[in-house]
Write a protein that binds this ligand. Structure first.
Ligand code: SF4
Length: 670
């Protein structure tokens, strides 16, 4: 019964040994894991009972009239395939959109994007669009690889940690714990965050900056470093390009000028800048606080600039660590489940696409597809007629939810493949019951590029089937994809077409996983990237001018709302809210409000309030705290009965199409 597999929640990718949980046995952290060394947070240790929930989807359902009727697999697959094919024949392949999933395996993501591409469209995307698409684009532009440059283990060699836009102890608790342990060994910690997070409380320096002013703060840190001549001249000269242009932009961001933008005292900026440059090696860790902005890609490139000018790349203990949200954000992006990239980050308009055409024996589309953030408007406009959603719940997770609803209403066909009847599945035409990650095999790639084997522990309930099996049945009927016999066969194809996976096999990545690139030059994988060269030769320094967020406060909307996750729940709560222990700890929606602001407005702790933005309103409960500055509120997005994304507008990062989840002007109505 006991099996070694990977935690289904955050991108840390902790390895777990799962026993017979239904008989009271416990999940154990794998003590020899290079990722978590036996440790687990509450989600990994006590968050898996959703697998046995009575609410699991067990049979296919099709909509008849106003309700669902149970269907056999044969008829559900036949109807899905026929209706998708009819829509493609009638309106063309770009009338269909595919939503892949960072919760699914590499094999499943690879297969879904292959079905889309072989149908003739690049309209395939997934939730990385809403978390780390700026990382992929930003770091590919500056370094040539859109991934963490080191390993979790290598953080032990850092002398300084700079954490910006990441509530690490809540979102990636095992990495947060690692940093806390390192602090006991005398390391330095700088935290840049508007909120007083757990790490901010113990940080050597807390830069409490205003939401949306990241590039001004980062530019000012670089201003001080250059003025004090603390840059790594040898690294800049030998390994980067574009320094003069960067220097010209940085000139504008003295700490005094920057204080008026960020609210951070000049002395704190100076002290932090000196620490980053002098107390090396420094690792920079960031998450959605950096990426979920209309300047998300610029924020990422700015982080990269800071790392590069201080020579903090390519050395163990230094580097850039984009902390991935879901378990397989890195892998699903590597697999090309993004509308602008084929597997291995080959741009859709690159001549290299012909290599894939030769393997798949099919002409492939070369035009960029629609991003997740664009698909629902296209559905409202009648350009998208059918949507196939695997393991995603866009009615909860996407920005501008009212427009998502309109788009979905206008579809001729919505197919949802999931483990529960989510809000989105509830409005589908066809619902296909899927396996959880404990009920199938495959691979996940974690936040440090480690490809890890996922192993089956339990049988699926009822007639639920693994995503890869369902996709395989539909793909061969709709797109003429190969009839795969196992996830292993799909993985072997991945390793043929994605160079950084080329040396991996199911056997050689077990049990500890390996960090890509795994190839003939690096058969054991690569712990630290960019040691002597970058994939693009010299790294690019990109001058970034500060630009304000899309929404500003005014007399009416006088608070800034920032959204995010809490310790107990994950994403749209599909799994964690079906897990008793986690649901007990955090049962319902809330908004964190500064105590003084609450006093002025006459709001008591736990009082029901209405939050209104220029885009919508929700009701929730006020939680008063001094850990959030005056003028800012924080609302987690896990709760479908109070969907915070109703309040988020449609402004997008023009480069990555990331919505601005982190800065929304709102008002509080008591
Ligand atoms: Fe799972 Fe992330 Fe917790 Fe590890 S840190 S146990 S991967 S949720």
């Amino acid at each position: 019964m006991a099996a070694l597999t990977v935690c289904p929640y955050c991108g840390t990718g902790c390895q777990i040994i799962v026993n017979d949980l239904r008989n009271g046995e416990r999940v154990i952290g794998y003590s020899k894991s290079l990722v978590n060394e036996g440790k687990l947070c509450i989600k990994g240790s006590s968050g898996l009972s959703y697998n046995f929930s009575r609410e699991r989807l067990k049979y296919p359902f099709v909509k008849r009239g106003e309700g669902f009727v149970r269907a056999s697999w044969d008829s559900a697959i036949e109807e899905t395939s026929r209706r998708l094919t009819d829509i493609v024949n009638k309106y063309g392949p770009d009338s269909v959109a595919f939503l892949s999933s960072a919760k699914s395996t590499n094999e499943e993501n690879f297969l879904m994007q292959k079905i889309a591409r072989m149908t003739g469209t690049n309209n395939v995307d997934h939730c990385a669009r809403s978390c780390h698409s700026p990382t992929a684009l930003g770091l590919i532009t500056t370094l040539g690889a859109g991934a963490a440059t080191g390993s979790i283990k290598s953080l032990e060699d850092s002398r300084t940690f700079f954490v910006i836009g990441s509530n690490t102890t809540e979102q990636h608790p095992i990495i947060g714990t690692k940093i806390m342990n390192e602090l006991k060994r005398g390391k330095n910690l700088i935290v840049a965050d508007p909120r007083t997070t757990q790490l901010a409380e113990i940080a050597t320096i807390h830069l409490r900056f205003k939401p949306g002013t990241d590039t001004a703060l980062l530019n000012s840190l670089m201003f001080v470093i250059l003025k004090e001549h603390l840059e790594d001249e040898e690294f800049i000269k030998g390994r980067t390009q574009g320094f003069e242009e960067l220097e010209r932009e940085i000139e504008k961001y003295s700490p005094e000028i920057t204080e008026s933008i960020t609210g951070v005292k000049p002395d704190a900026i100076r002290e932090a800048a000196v620490m980053i440059a002098k107390e090396k090696p420094t690792s920079i860790l960031y998450a959605m606080g950096i990426t979920q902005h209309i300047h998300g890609t610029e924020n990422v490139m700015s982080v990269s600039n800071l790392s590069l000018i201080t020579g903090n790349v390519g050395v163990r203990g230094s580097g850039i660590f984009p902390l991935r949200g879901q378990n397989n954000v890195q892998g699903s992006s590597d697999m090309g489940a993004l509308s602008e990239w084929y597997p291995g980050y080959v741009p859709v308009d690159s001549p290299k696409v012909s290599d894939l055409e030769n393997v798949w024996k099919k002409d492939l589309p070369r035009k960029k597809g629609l991003t997740l953030s664009e698909m629902f408007d296209a559905a409202s406009d009648g350009k998208i007629r059918a949507m196939y959603v695997m393991g995603e719940n866009p009615l909860v997770t996407e920005a501008a939810v009212s427009d998502v609803e309109k788009g979905i209403d206008n579809l001729e066909l919505l197919v949802v493949q999931d483990i529960f009847m989510t809000l989105t599945a509830g409005v589908a035409d066809i619902v296909l019951p899927a396996a959880t990650s404990l009920e199938k095999e495959g691979t996940f790639t974690n936040t440090e590029r480690r490809i890890q084997k996922v192993n089956k522990v339990y049988d699926c309930p009822g007639e639920a089937m693994p995503d890869w099996w369902i996709l395989n049945e539909i793909g061969k009927r709709v797109a003429g994809t190969k009839d795969y016999s196992s996830p292993k066969e799909i993985f072997e194809e991945i390793c043929r077409v994605v160079p950084s996976y080329s040396g991996a096999t199911y056997e050689n990545i077990y049990p500890n996983g390996k960090q890509w690139p795994i190839d003939s030059a690096n058969p054991e994988g690569t712990e630290v990237l960019h040691g002597s060269t970058f994939p693009i030769g010299r790294a690019k320094l990109v001058p970034i001018a500060y630009g304000p967020p899309a929404e500003m406060v005014d007399a009416k909307y006088n608070f800034i709302m920032t959204t995010g996750r809490n310790y107990y729940h994950w994403h749209s709560g599909t799994m964690t809210r079906k897990t008793d222990i986690l649901q007990r700890e955090s049962p319902s929606s809330y908004a964190e409000i500064n105590v003084d602001d609450a006093k002025k407005l006459g709001i008591r702790n736990s009082q029901n309030i209405t939050i209104e933005s220029r885009h919508g309103s929700i009701e929730t409960k006020a939680i008063l705290t001094d850990k959030i500055p005056s003028g800012i509120i924080f609302v987690p997005f896990h709760f479908d009965e109070s969907r915070v994304n109703r309040l988020v507008g449609k402004s997008l990062d023009p480069l990555s199409k990331m919505p601005e989840y982190k800065v929304v002007a709102v008002r509080l109505v008591v």
